[in-house]
Design a protein around this ligand. Structure first.
Ligand SMILES: Nc1ncnc2c1ncn2[C@@H]1O[C@H](COP(=O)(O)OP(=O)(O)OP(=O)(O)O)[C@@H](O)[C@H]1O
Ligand SMILES: [Mg+2]
Length: 236
C-alpha cells in the first residue's frame, strides 16, 4: 500500500503536534466520549451507521487533524466554533484497516470537542448511484449540496466502477471543495498511482495538494476480531 507520494504517518503526526503545541493545544489530549451527553453528538448518532457509533479518532494523525480543524473553527451557532476552511484528510489502507472507523471517529471527535458542524457522508458508489440522471430527481442540486457541505466524508473512493461520467462527477465535486478549501475526509483502498488511474490525474492532483495523507497498515481488523472471538469461544 505504500507508494512514492506517501508521507509517513509519524511525520504528519509530528508536524501537526508541533503546530498544535505552538497554538497552546495539547496534542496528546484524548477525544474520548464525554461523561455528560452532548445534544449535537446525540443528534449526529442517528446518521452514523450502527457499526461506527462508538468510533473514536484514535489514530494520532487523524486526532491531530481533528484538533487542527476544531482550532480553526469560526464562531457558529450559539457561539460554538463551526467548521471553517481547512485541510482534508486522505485515509489510505487495505481492506479492514479501519479507514471508515477513523472517518466517523473524526466526525464524532469534532462534535465531542464542541464544534458545531453540518456534515454529510457518502460512499463513492452511493454518490454515483444517487446522482445518476433519472426522471424527477435533481442530481445537480444534490451535487451542489455535497460540494458546499462544510464537512464531507467520501468513503471508498476508487472502489466503484469508473467511467467518463464518474470521473466528471468526482472532478466537479472535488474541484469545488478544493476551490473553497472545504475539509473533506476521503478513504480509499488504492495507492496513489492506482487512484490516479481510477479518478483521473486532475482530481488526484487536487487531492494531493488539499489533503494530508494517513496510511493505515496492519492486518484486516475484521479477520482479527473474528479470530479473537473464535479464541474466546474455544477457551470458554
Ligand atoms: N481503531 C479501532 N478500534 C476498534 N475497532 C476498530 C478500529 N478501527 C477499526 N475497527 C473495527 O474494525 C472493523 C473494520 O474497520 P473499517 O470498517 O473501518 O475498515 P475499512 O478500512 O474501512 O475497510 P474497507 O476497506 O473494507 O472499507 C470494524 O468492525 C471497525 O469497527
Ligand atoms: Mg470502509
Amino acid at each position: 500500500m505504500r507508494d512514492r507520494d506517501a508521507q509517513p504517518v509519524g511525520g504528519i503526526a509530528r508536524r501537526l503536534a508541533t503546530i498544535l503545541t505552538s497554538r497552546g493545544i495539547d496534542p496528546a489530549a484524548q477525544l474520548t466520549d464525554p461523561v455528560e451527553p452532548i445534544p449535537a453528538l446525540q443528534a449526529a448518532q442517528a446518521r452514523i451507521p450502527a457499526r461506527y457509533q462508538a468510533a473514536v479518532a484514535d489514530h494520532p494523525a487523524v486526532a491531530a487533524w481533528v484538533r487542527e480543524v476544531a482550532q480553526a473553527g469560526r464562531p457558529g451557532i450559539a457561539g460554538a466554533p463551526g467548521i471553517a476552511q481547512g485541510r482534508s484528510l486522505l485515509i489510505v489502507g487495505t481492506t479492514g484497516t479501519g479507514k471508515t472507523y477513523q472517518a466517523y471517529g473524526a466526525i464524532r471527535s469534532l462534535l465531542i470537542a464542541g464544534v458545531r458542524l453540518r456534515w454529510k457522508a457518502t460512499t463513492a458508489a452511493d454518490l454515483y448511484a444517487e446522482l445518476r440522471p433519472r426522471p424527477g430527481h435533481d442530481g445537480e442540486r444534490e451535487l451542489m449540496d455535497l460540494s458546499r457541505c462544510p464537512l464531507l466524508i467520501v468513503d471508498d473512493l476508487g472502489a466503484a466502477k469508473n467511467s467518463e461520467w464518474t470521473e466528471e462527477i468526482t472532478m466537479r465535486l472535488i474541484n469545488r471543495r478544493y476551490n473553497e478549501m472545504l475539509p473533506t475526509l476521503i478513504t480509499t483502498n488504492l495507492g496513489m498511482a492506482d487512484l490516479r488511474a481510477h479518478i483521473g490525474d486532475r482530481v488526484a492532483s487536487r487531492l494531493t495538494e488539499m489533503s494530508d495523507k494517513v496510511i493505515l497498515d496492519g492486518p484486516d481488523r475484521r479477520r482479527a476480531l473474528a479470530a479473537e472471538r473464535r479464541r474466546t469461544a474455544a477457551t470458554a
